[in-house]
Design a protein around this ligand. Structure first.
Ligand code: OGA
Ligand code: MN
Length: 290
């Protein structure tokens, strides 16, 4: 039996076994935070302008016109979303905890390499104000109380994946700190990652399937925190997004479900033919409930 088949059969047990401490913590906190909301904050909404898409998006391949239009509506970028001072204050709060963790080589779901991560619920008021701005600009309602913080080493990489539709809702907003980077989004099969929909059995898992296991696969959603579709750039149109330091991206709906996302490794990190040096990068990622 292949690993992905095994994972599919015993997903809950395997999920728990596979989880790193941070992963376990996330599962626990996700379970715990259901239904809770953020405390209201009095800070005014300081909206930053949306970046000129043509300047920060590099489209590759044959994009159908309508597809490009809905993508641009659903993938938004705010450059200079946080000021230098706000960046410093956020790092000041994150760093004392983060520096006690070791960079890990491979994530339990294999999507991220060279990283350390945590989740944070309580923030100093000045940093909570920044998150409240994210909530107001990027989300219709509440965000999950535990905010995900990902510290990617200079040599780290986030491989192409689609965030779980089981654990995350329709919007993912990320602030990039300390380094520029390039996020690539590649079109995937739109039937695969729909909120609340059962996910198809992984490709290749079907040859020897009995009717029972096919039924099970069809009835159960995929438990992977990050799904990793196989895509080829030759067959899928894609876009590279220049994520400047201190910018915020908002990935929702089409861009969140119908495209994989990844952060390019430094040696292939280019935008419009220019190398974009990816140094140590910390991202603060807010998500909403499914
Ligand atoms: C993730 C992810 C993107 C980022 O953690 O699933 O895609 O901006 N992170 O770090
Ligand atoms: Mn992701």
């Amino acid at each position: 039996m292949k690993l992905h088949q095994l994972t599919n059969c015993t997903k809950t047990i395997l999920l728990c076994l596979n989880l790193s401490k941070a992963g376990q913590h996330r599962q626990i906190s996700i379970a715990k935070c259901l239904g809770r909301s953020l405390d209201p904050v009095l800070e005014q909404n300081k909206s930053a302008p949306v970046a000129d898409a043509t300047a920060h998006f590099e489209f590759h391949g044959d994009w159908p016109v309508a597809e490009k239009q809905s993508f641009l509506k659903d993938m938004r970028l705010h450059t200079n979303f946080v000021s230098h001072e706000e960046e410093n204050k956020l790092i000041e709060e994150i760093e004392p905890y983060m520096k006690r963790l070791h960079y890990e080589d491979a994530h339990w779901d294999d999507a991220i390499h060279g990283f350390r991560e945590t989740e944070r619920k309580q923030w100093y008021p000045h940093n909570r104000a920044v998150l409240e701005r994210v909530r107001q600009i990027a989300f219709d309602g509440e965000i999950m109380p535990y905010v995900h913080i990902l510290d990617l080493a200079a040599a780290g990489v986030i491989k192409p994946h689609v965030d779980s539709t089981r654990y995350c809702g329709n919007t993912i907003a990320g602030i990039s700190l300390l380094s520029d980077s390039v996020m690539r989004l590649v079109r995937v099969d739109e039937r695969k990652y729909q909120q609340g929909q059962p996910v198809e059995a992984p490709a290749g898992a079907s040859e020897n399937n009995t009717a029972a296991s096919v039924a099970q696969n069809a009835a159960e959603p995929n438990d992977a925190y990050r799904n990793q579709p196989v895509t080829t750039l030759e067959n899928n149109f894609y876009v590279d997004v220049l994520l400047r330091r201190r910018s915020m991206y908002i990935m929702s709906h089409t861009s969140r479900y119908n495209f994989s996302h990844e952060i390019l490794a430094n040696d292939v990190s280019t935008f419009r033919g220019q190398h974009i040096k990816k140094d140590r990068r910390i991202s603060i990622i807010c998500r909403n409930e499914p």
